[in-house]
Structure formats: structure tokens, C-alpha cells
Design a protein around this ligand. Structure first.
Ligand SMILES: [Zn+2]
Length: 389
């Protein structure tokens, strides 16, 4: 590295130049300790020892067992850090929560491969926290929560696996009748789509029964599904926000932030009863039995502004209404069974079924200010608010 880029786009020479070798702290430790990989350093040795104890397998043979052990050790450490962060990301099907879910579930799968039965991830947390607690005291503080969340996700995943395995067993007799020992892609896809059963697991099960899975067929079914849900989504959501100007879009996102903040400050009884957005203000009606206090209004305002300041990412996913409910998205309207809906997520703060559109990030929305809180009808309050740029 030789240059420093200045704000005006020009470059100047760095005082000290260097070469970026990718030599991170862990690799440096491994080298200084004459170890051939980071997994042999003090960072991972205690975790690996624990995995050996739980599985009764030995690390260091250079085969698949080693790989599984490394995956568990690495993923549990990352998961502990994500769960221990003050932003408190939780496993879900969206955004950061989805990354976390995949890490945890992959670790569980490799645990099963090693022959570990039942929940085991929580028992590895001590080793990680012990090693890092001095530099990251928050991990120690949140240890119990981290362990509980890992166990809860293990339970959820084991339910998914049970359901999927049960479905697979039901399918077997008819599959046995076929001449070829191939599981059609559309069946593998149905297990994936309906039961959240990962393709790799269908393949594992198939192998146990002398079958292979038509992977190409699976990919095809997957693509076809994406196209249909997109077409369905377009039809369903023609009626989004009428005015798509920058300001109304920002006010719409602010409405979602307001909705969630009200639920946090006042309670889960808060439900959207109406929403109206113009270019210069939002109006939001919601169920709540009493006039809001000045303190409550301040808290809500602060919470919305905090989410704006964090420059949260807004993402959208199309799914069935049932699935939306399952992942905890707010949905206060009736929809036909099986109908596809859009779920908008503002990081892990808010999830709501909605037609959109929304801003991509909350950062440039301006400052949120509540102008008025008043009665709308019996048991329903009304808030008018603006964004000040
Ligand atoms: Zn909305």
C-alpha cells in the first residue's frame, strides 16, 4: 500500500508504505507458535477438545472428520459474537438473521455427521467466552442469552428435520416403485420449500436408501418457483403507495419504524388501524386505550431517530402469508390462504407485510418528529409526524 486517497479524489504518498499479506492476528499467532493452521492455536484448541469429547472423534486425521470439527469450531465462534453483539441479531429467515441461522444450522448438521446427538452448541459457548471475555466483556454478560438462543435454534431445526424426515419416509414407498433410484427434483424442492429441509439432507437421506437426488431438477424447480412468485407478487402489489416520490417513500418507511416503536414502548396491543401519507406528513392510527404521555411520545420519537441514525438496511422478501406470520412479520389484514405477500424488514428492528415501496437504507431520511397525538375514535389514537431534512 503506497497511496492515501484524499477527500478531493487526489492521492498522496503514505508516510510508511507496506504490503498487505493477509497476515491477520490469528495467522500471526499460528506462525509464531509454529502451528500449521489457526485451528491448532489457543484460540481454537479448547473448543476442538470439547467437540472431540462430545463426539468421541479425534481431530488431526486429515479427513472429513477434521473438516466437520473445523466448521463447528469456526461457526460457533462467529455465532457467539453475532448473538453477543448489542445489536442483538437473532436467527431468522431474513438479512443478518438468515446468515446467523445458516451458520448455526450448518454447525448442527456437522455435529450430526460426527454423531453428536441432541443439543450441543450451548456447551461450546464457555470455551469461546473464556477466551475472549477480557477483550469482549459483553460476551460474558450475555452468555446465558447466547446459550438459550443457540438451544432454541437447535430445537427449531430439529423440528424441521423431523418433519422433513417424516415426509421423506411417507414418499419412499412410491419412489421404490420407480425403475430408477432417483428422487425427482420437484420432490426435493417441495421438501425444501414446504418443510425448510435442506437439499444436502435430502441427499443424505436418499443415499441411505440407495437413491440419488436429481440436482438439476431441483435447480429447475427452484428457478421456476422464483419466477412464479415474482409474477404473483407483481399482481398482488399493484396497489402499493400511489405516490412514489422520495419524500413519501421515506415517510412510509418512517411509518413502519413508528409502528414498531409504539409496540415496544406501549405494548403488543398496538395494531395499525389506518395509515395515510402525503408528501409532507404521515398519519398513523393505532389501537391504544389512553392518551400517550409526553414521556412515551419522546421515547417513541427517540427510538425512530435511533433507527434512522443507524442507517439500517431495508430488505424485501416474497413469501406466503403463513410463512410471514411464522417469522413474526406484522400483518393486520386478511389474505387468502396460500397468497403471496411482500415482507419488508428494517434490519432486525421491524418486519411487516406491506406493498411498499420503501427506502433502501434509513440513513438519509431526516429527523423524525411527532407533531400531534390525539384521539381518532374509541380505543384508537392518531399520530401525525414529519421528517425534517
Ligand atoms: Zn407499509
Amino acid at each position: 500500500m503506497q497511496y492515501k486517497k484524499l477527500a478531493d479524489g487526489s492521492y498522496e504518498n503514505l508516510e510508511r508504505t507496506c504490503v498487505d499479506t493477509g497476515m491477520g492476528i490469528e495467522r500471526t499467532i499460528a506462525m509464531l507458535q509454529h502451528k500449521s493452521s489457526v485451528y491448532e492455536t489457543e484460540v481454537f484448541v479448547p473448543v476442538i477438545a470439547m467437540i472431540e469429547k462430545l463426539s468421541g472423534k479425534k481431530y488431526g486425521s486429515g479427513n472429513e472428520t477434521d473438516m466437520s470439527i473445523r466448521i463447528i469450531a469456526d461457526h460457533i465462534r462467529t455465532s457467539v459474537f453475532i448473538l453477543g453483539d448489542e445489536k442483538s441479531v437473532l436467527p431468522s429467515n431474513l438479512g443478518q438473521g438468515y446468515i446467523l441461522r445458516r451458520l448455526i444450522r450448518r454447525a448442527i448438521r456437522h455435529g450430526r455427521k460426527l454423531g453428536i446427538e441432541g443439543s450441543f452448541l450451548a456447551s461450546l459457548v464457555n470455551n469461546i467466552v473464556d477466551f475472549y471475555q477480557e477483550a469482549y466483556p459483553l460476551l460474558l454478560e450475555r452468555k446465558k442469552q447466547i446459550q438459550d438462543e443457540l438451544t432454541a435454534e437447535e430445537d427449531r431445526f430439529s423440528m424441521t428435520l423431523q418433519k422433513g424426515e417424516h415426509e421423506f419416509q411417507k414418499l419412499l414407498p412410491s419412489l421404490m416403485k420407480g425403475k430408477q433410484r432417483v428422487i425427482p427434483g420437484r420432490i426435493a424442492f417441495r421438501l425444501y420449500d414446504t418443510y425448510g429441509f435442506p437439499l444436502e439432507l435430502t441427499e443424505e437421506l436418499a443415499k441411505e436408501h440407495g437413491f440419488i437426488v436429481d440436482r438439476e431438477g431441483f435447480e429447475k424447480a427452484f428457478k421456476k418457483h422464483q419466477v412464479t412468485s415474482r409474477a404473483g407478487a407483481e399482481k398482488t402489489f399493484k396497489g402499493g403507495l400511489a405516490d412514489h416520490s422520495e419524500m413519501t417513500t421515506a415517510l412510509h418507511t418512517a411509518t413502519h419504524l413508528l409502528h414498531q416503536s409504539l409496540r415496544i414502548v406501549l405494548g403488543d396491543h398496538v395494531q395499525q388501524k389506518g395509515s395515510n401519507i402525503t408528501v409532507d406528513r404521515l398519519r398513523f392510527d393505532f389501537t391504544h386505550p389512553a392518551k400517550m404521555t409526553t414521556e412515551e411520545l419522546q421515547k417513541v420519537e427517540q427510538m425512530v431517530n435511533e433507527q434512522i441514525a443507524r442507517d439500517q438496511v431495508v430488505t424485501m422478501e416474497v413469501m406466503s402469508l403463513e410463512k410471514a406470520r411464522e417469522i413474526g412479520a406484522l400483518a393486520f389484514f386478511s389474505s387468502k390462504y396460500g397468497e403471496k405477500v411482500k415482507v419488508y424488514s428494517i434490519d432486525d428492528f421491524s418486519k411487516e407485510v406491506c406493498g411498499g415501496p420503501h427506502v433502501e437504507r434509513t440513513g438519509n431520511m431526516g429527523r423524525f418528529k411527532i407533531l400531534k397525538e390525539q384521539s381518532s375514535s374509541a380505543g384508537v389514537r392518531r399520530i401525525k409526524a414529519v421528517l425534517i431534512k
